[in-house]
Design a protein around this ligand. Structure first.
Ligand code: GAL
Length: 685
């Protein structure tokens, strides 16, 4: 897989010289170096400076920035400025603008108001990228490029006329004939049959807001493809002119196959981490643990690039004038979140941003420095991380996160599930519950994506794969999963598995369709849990028990064993299907296949972790409370175990043997207090 390659963990910062008087630059760069910041990212929104009017280019401003950065020993990542087309451009070529589903154009005034399809936009983007690459390719400060900024952020649907035309072409090349397209979209239903390519459009405003679901799925595939081709247009130019620089872009956003993007376009993937966005566990009693959710994003990024760059790491409270208010990180949290990113694989960590803007939409999106530019506690924290990375960075860089358990997902199901309420919402419910309980029990987990290029060996790295609700499942995928189980893998499915083909049509087969044989069951009846239909209670069979009155969530499927080897793990205890199987397990080859007829939630996941006999690799090393995240980065014999305390309270860790802690240099043994938001990195022998 494609990874960033650094000699040492390094810090960077996003810098906007165009927001500040030039007299400040040298002082800024000097102070960055004092904090051990060695990289800046610049220019990703500076098109109006590079090309103030069509065809008149001026690269002198950023040349002065690069020269000065170089004098201070700073390296530079250049962003291509294509997320912010200037006013002259959209005035002269309105076809470059994006439109909402009603066809209303997004106008100049914010950013990301363009589409990827317009030939004119591609032409002017290609020109500015070429000119930039020519201007800066030989500059000694430049190390790499960021394409655009956050592809598909803020808006990830495109309905301009340019998109309609490009979509039509995309559909033609996918289906070749109208007949095949009509079949794939099931258009005979409600007389939607298309008789002319010109009738084909992206989803349009429809009565009840319910477009053709198969078209809606293809729309997302199209958006992903066109975004990737837009990025490739730029990367091809940079590779031609500056082959000695690396190319990345920062994500991770919807309707974009980031894995394909990485394979086709990038040297490695980069991610933006704002942990205060990640309130994925709002139901928890442990509010301070809400920021653990951003670990899910980081775990996903690892599956594209085991070592990656965080292009924007939260360095202060966030907010636009009109949206996204986020409170102030408490003392210690900026450092904690930095190590959260590092644990999960970041080798280059670029903070957003150096100083808080005094004008514009983001005057409340705080950087390391405040408007007043006086020393502050955020700067001290970053400096502390900088100092620590000076000492430990060379040891940890290039090591990668280790997990024996994987949560699997795929793009087709996540895109189909946006519209389809009969499986889509289950995925988020289940993945959050699994991620949360595994985290609390200190069992490291990867998030992986099933794609056509995934090989059996990629799966066999894991002893357990949780693939919670893959409604869309081809027979080919089912064969791959069977081979995984056959060779010793343990596979776990939840409700709504396997009943749709790649177009999103339901199979005319008993559920769970493509994996019915593999699971050794059929589903005799099922219900969405909603409105007048309450969830049933479930009961564990055997020694284990669930908390009394535990009810299923999301969906109930009544399972019927169809193979003599199938064992019943849990059954429903109420409703007309009381006594019928809710969860089954089937030995298969050297492995096992489990099926649960509902969405997963915490009590069920906890019981399953016990039933599966999953334990933390750290169980023999120490006892730590759930508020502490545990994970290991390793390479060959080198292993570094991270303990991160997300709680605002101190916690105690009981070490069962002595460990050297890298940040403090101390040896930890027996009972040790971890400060609120504290970090330990322990060398493993
Ligand atoms: C990111 C974006 C940055 C900045 C930041 C804070 O999504 O890439 O340019 O806008 O959020 O809003």
């Amino acid at each position: 897989m494609k990874s960033i390659s650094m000699h040492s963990l390094q810090l960077g910062v996003c810098y906007y010289p165009e927001h500040w008087p030039e007299e400040l630059w040298a002082d800024d760069f000097r102070r960055m170096r004092e904090m051990n910041i060695s990289v800046i990212r610049v220019a990703e929104f500076a098109w109006a400076i590079f090309e103030p009017e069509e065809g008149r280019y001026d690269f002198s401003f950023f040349l002065r920035v690069l020269d000065l950065a170089h004098d201070h020993g700073l390296k530079v990542i250049l962003g291509t400025p294509t997320a912010t087309p200037p006013a002259w451009l959209t005035q002269r070529y309105p076809e470059v603008l994006n439109a909402n589903v009603e066809g209303v154009l997004y106008r100049h005034g914010a950013r990301r108001h363009y589409n990827y399809s317009s030939p004119k936009y591609r032409e002017v983007c290609a020109k500015i990228v070429r000119k930039m690459a020519e201007a800066y390719r030989d500059h000694p400060a430049v190390i790499g490029w960021q394409i655009d900024n956050e592809l598909n952020c803020e808006v990830n649907v495109f309905y301009s006329e340019s998109d309609q035309i490009a979509f039509r072409e995309w559909v033609k090349s996918r289906y070749e004939t109208l007949e095949q397209m009509n079949k794939a979209w099931g258009t005979i239903f409600w007389s939607q049959t298309y008789t002319d390519w010109e009738q084909v459009r992206l989803t349009q405003p429809t009565v009840s807001g319910s477009p053709n679901p198969h078209l809606a799925l293809d729309e997302k595939r199209f958006i992903s493809d066109i975004a990737i081709s837009f990025a490739k247009l730029q990367s091809d130019i940079i590779r031609e002119l500056a082959p000695h620089h690396w190319i990345t872009t920062n994500g991770t956003f919807g309707h974009l196959d980031n894995h394909q993007l990485t394979e086709d376009v990038l040297d490695f993937f980069s991610h933006d981490s704002y942990p205060q966005f990640s309130t994925i566990f709002p139901d928890t009693d442990h509010n301070p643990l809400m920021d653990r959710g951003s670990g899910m994003g980081l775990s996903n990024v690892r599956s594209m690039s085991p070592n990656f760059c965080i292009m924007e790491q939260q360095a202060g409270p966030g907010g636009w004038t009109n949206r996204f208010g986020m409170g102030t990180p408490r003392p210690g949290q900026i450092r904690l979140w930095s190590y959260q990113s590092i644990l999960h694989g970041a080798d280059l960590l670029v903070y957003f941003r150096w100083r808080t803007a005094t004008f514009g939409t983001e005057i409340y999106w705080h950087g390391i420095n405040d408007y007043h530019n006086e020393p502050n506690r955020r700067g001290q924290e970053v400096a502390q991380v900088g100092e620590e990375l000076q000492r430990i960075g060379a040891l940890v860089s290039g090591t990668t996160y280790r997990a024996d358990v994987a949560i699997m997902q795929d793009y087709d199901n996540s895109w189909d599930g946006e519209l389809d309420e009969w499986h889509g919402p289950l995925h988020g419910q289940s993945v959050r519950s699994w991620y949360k309980q595994l985290q609390y029990r200190h069992i490291p987990v990867d998030i992986i994506t099933l794609r056509q290029t995934i090989a059996l060996e990629d799966l066999l790295k894991y002893e357990l794969i949780i693939y919670s609700h893959p409604a869309i499942m081809s027979d080919q995928t089912a064969l791959l999963l069977a081979a995984y189980a056959e060779q010793g893998g343990r596979l776990l499915f939840g409700a709504r598995t396997g009943y749709k083909n790649l177009n999103g049509h339901c199979y005319m087969r008993p559920f769970p369709g493509a994996v019915a044989k593999l699971c050794g069951i059929t589903i005799e009846d099922y219900t969405l849990i909603k409105g007048t239909v309450p969830p049933a209670e479930i009961r564990w069979i055997g020694e284990r028990s669930l908390p009394a009155g535990t009810r299923t969530v999301g969906f109930n499927e009544i399972l019927r064993p169809a193979d003599p080897q199938v064992q019943i793990v849990a059954e429903y205890a109420t409703e007309y299907y009381a006594g019928k199987p809710a969860m089954t397990k089937r030995p298969f080859g050297q492995g096992e296949v489990w099926y649960y007829g509902a969405a997963f939630h915490e009590p069920v996941v906890d019981a399953l972790i016990d039933e599966l006999g999953l334990t933390s690799p750290s169980a023999d090393w120490w006892d730590a409370p759930p508020e502490v995240e545990f994970g290991v980065r390793a390479l060959d014999e080198m292993k570094y175990a991270f303990l991160l305390n997300y709680s605002e309270r101190p916690v105690n860790v009981r070490f069962k043997k002595a460990f050297k802690e890298l940040l403090s240099g101390m040896t930890l043994v027996n009972e040790v207090r971890m400060e609120p938001y504290g970090v330990f990195i322990l060398e493993q022998q």
